[in-house]
Design a protein around this ligand. Sequence first.
Ligand code: UDP
Length: 509
Amino acid sequence: MDSENHQLHVMFLPYIAPGHMVPMVDMARLFAANGVRVTIITTTMNALRFQNAIDRDSRLGREIFLDILRFPALEAGLPEGCENLISTPTPEMSMKLFPALKLLRPEIENLFRERSPDCIVSDNLFPWTAKVSWELGIPRLAFTGSGFINDCISHSLELHHPHENVESEMESFIVPGLPDEIKLTRSQLPDIVKKKTGFSAMFEELKEAERNSFGVLFNSFYELEPAYSDYFREVIGRKAWHLGPLSLYYRDIEDKAERGDKSCVSKHSCLSWLDSRKPNSVLYICFGSLTRFSKAQIIEIAAAITESGHSFIWVVGKILKMMNDNDQQDESWLPEGFENEVRRNDRGLIIKGWAPQVLILEHQAIGGFLTHCGWNSILEGVSACVPMVTWPLFADQFYNEKLVTQVLKFGVPVGNDVWKIWATEESRSPVISREKIRRAICAAMDEDGEDGVEMRKRANHLGELARKAVEEGGSSYNDIKALIQDIRLYKWNNNIGLQSYDTKFVTHG
Ligand code: UDP
């Protein structure tokens, strides 16, 4: 058939936060590596975060292009260049990004109309793309950035409301109807699960857009959460493809070193410091791209690391300072003398800014990962075979933690029980004591005790499964091929007047 020879063109619309943008760019590159012509829609400053990777792909002969739009920062009252949730210094400024994004919608719609691709891969946070795709007769694939388990837990809570049958915020309950016994407390649930919030209408819109899509893409692999992947397809009833761990497709050292942005430390200094350490002796600490801790909490973390006796790399990450502030003082809030002490004893590296996370995690010296349980970090930690110390804070992170600690059992919780809205300051989060943090670190880094040995075995086994999933014949390798075939089939059916999925655009409620 004609459409078999036609080169498919897929357009990607990533969201302006690293946890969404990093995996979607990886995914776009995967499509290009599989012979698809790819266009990524982005804005000027965001393009700089991954332009080098795209240039490398182009030099390899892959058809991958960027449609770069000007971000209306000034119109939204933001400083010029502020185009990503990671570059907003205060929660108030983060909120201004949303109206700015809305201003871009007509231009993005025009691009879809002009380019008329064979498929649109849209971040879930752009629900309006469902209607546009439907109007243009182009299949839309949704990308949430989370794992299957997040959707499964959310689905069960929405259906059964088990959190309404407990007496207090701290009393635990079992999430009903799931393949494993997963325990949560009401305090660990997102606000939106417990009450109507300012975001409720938006979440309804996201779900509706997903229902009206061709299917959903996951940065996951079947063997990591097989029962949840089946539940998503069979119980929730959505078409899905798992393509991950996406970070494992990019083995070039530059790809790993620059993934998501240019790193603020040289890869050589990082790697040579790690080379000087014994295998499994270093704890890697990173709380993703958006976490903000209070000064009191930073002090507890610093003390816990010191008292644990382990070497470490600590990405202190988001530093709260105004972009156009002349008084650019360092507000990383590390305790006085801490950095000098670390340097003097050669105990660790402190990274203030963007770290080459995948490069670090994969080094044999890394023996544990203190993580906020962002889904990408979980996948990257799994791929690197490291036991985890889990410290969820917001979004889907508590659900992800349960996969690590209760289902797959290769991590130790620090014991945070309180979910907070990501953009708020720390006031809502209780400070986790240095002793609790130290104990969890020592348990996860333990190489001698029975529990530690078992946990490391499980982490190694998962890492092996992850690598197999992306190799020829593996589950994710097969799913990207199947997906491309499904898009081709959709196009062919459409050309001859058949529909391969229900193209009625249904608006509920
Ligand atoms: N990341 C990185 N360097 C950093 C901070 C984050 O490379 O200094 C990457 C990390 O590897 C992951 C993504 O940014 O791919 C963060 O996504 P995740 O889902 O873990 O957390 P989020 O930032 O969305 O909370």
